[in-house]
Design a protein around this ligand. Structure first.
Ligand SMILES: NC(=O)c1ccc[n+]([C@@H]2O[C@H](COP(=O)([O-])OP(=O)(O)OC[C@H]3O[C@@H](n4cnc5c(N)ncnc54)[C@H](O)[C@@H]3O)[C@@H](O)[C@H]2O)c1
Length: 333
């Protein structure tokens, strides 16, 4: 039986990946390694916990001995590396944990992979490694230089480049995805959409950085999970795949949609001092993924956004629990 080591599987995207593929792929074994930081919730994977082909290990990707033990001891065939510190504002406040987990953690995992010949390494990178685009710049191809703008993006770029060096130097079987902004259930409520929903429901204002005109391309998390699977199973070794949605939206547009869905007036939006170094726009060219692997997004944006808003509105306990965990860690490395 083939074994996949999935890191960060109790977070937003990793859990969507596990919920989608553990039950659907009973011939594969999934080992979920997660440190359970503030961003993780065991409930995110409750649907797969208990399935015979699933095992959870609480641990740190920076623990070099544990990574080696897991990769060798579990006879891992492929690593799907989601684990990261992922919130840009936290990285601006203090980037220590970002450099440590995103760079040193990836390094530990890469060295563990080196110890087991033939293991496949799937790195979940981000479109933020390319840095910001101007309003009319063409979409970024996979060959574009990495010009990260935030400490988060720089740490992810570090992981991305380190992994590429292992492919070149040691012949690691590497694939990388660089995906646009994700939305969907189980995203920690410090990210844009869950923040907007929570505050709207609490009767508070909806904060908008700057003039709210920054543009992000929005992809449903299930479509990202499907893209990772396509690249993992059918992608070309050594290749980078951008993952886009062809669905650019201004942050202000997202806030207005949240208010419309909840039947609230748009005057609740409050413009606040812009994020330091705020990237204006991301937009990736994902023609390679679509042409080579036949991937296309399946979730309609409006339907997916409505479902997402409704999910946060109907899971106040999940949101509250997350906020309590996160408040205790803000500002700590
Ligand atoms: N959210 C997005 O829109 C987006 C877009 C593109 C790429 N990505 C990338 O996808 C991956 C997952 O993002 P997410 O939004 O699910 O993040 P998340 O913050 O929701 O989840 C991260 C998970 O990693 C775990 N983790 C953190 N540090 C760890 C450590 N040292 N050892 C083991 N586990 C650790 C956390 O406990 C958590 O479960 C990240 O690598 C991120 O850079 C995210």
């Amino acid at each position: 039986m083939k074994t996949l080591l999935v890191t960060g599987g109790c977070g937003f995207i990793g859990s969507a990946f596990l919920r989608r593929f553990v039950a659907a792929e009973p011939g594969l074994r999934f080992v979920n390694l997660d440190l359970m930081t503030y961003a993780a919730d065991a409930e995110n994977v409750a649907a797969v916990d208990g399935l015979p082909n699933y095992r959870f290990v609480q641990g740190d990707v920076r623990d070099r001995a544990l990574m080696r033990d897991l990769v060798l001891g579990e006879s891992v065939d492929a690593i799907v590396h989601f684990a990261a510190e992922s919130h840009v504002d936290r990285s601006i406040n203090d980037s220590t944990a970002f450099v440590s987990t995103n760079v040193a953690g990836t390094h530990a995992l890469l060295d563990a992979a080196r110890a087991r010949l033939g293991v496949r390494f799937m790195l979940v990178s981000t479109d933020e490694v390319y840095g910001s685009l101007g309003e009319n710049d063409p979409a970024t191809s996979e060959d574009a230089p990495l010009r990260p703008g935030s400490p988060y993006a720089a740490a992810k770029a570090g992981a991305d480049l380190l992994a590429q060096s292992y492919a070149r130097t040691y012949g690691l079987d590497l694939r990388i995805t660089r995906c646009a902004n994700n939305f969907g259930p189980c995203q920690y409520p410090e990210k844009l959409i869950p923040v907007l929903v929570r505050r709207a429901l609490a009767g508070e204002t909806l904060p908008m950085y700057g003039d709210g005109r920054n543009i992000r391309d929005w992809l449903h998390v299930d479509d990202h999970a499907a893209a990772v699977w396509a690249v993992l199973t059918r992608g070309v070794s050594g290749r980078v795949y951008n993952v886009g949605a062809d669905n650019p939206r201004r942050n202000l547009d997202i806030a207005q949609r949240v208010l419309d869905r909840l039947g609230l007036t748009r005057d609740r939006i409050a413009f606040v001092t812009d994020r330091l170094g705020h990237d204006w726009r991301y937009c990736v060219d994902d023609a390679r993924l679509r042409a080579e692997l036949g991937w296309t997004p399946q979730v309609d944006f409006d339907a997916g956004l409505n479902e997402t808003i409704d999910w946060y509105a109907t899971h106040p306990d999940w949101v509250e629990r997350a906020l309590v965990r996160g408040a205790a860690t803000w500002g700590r490395a």
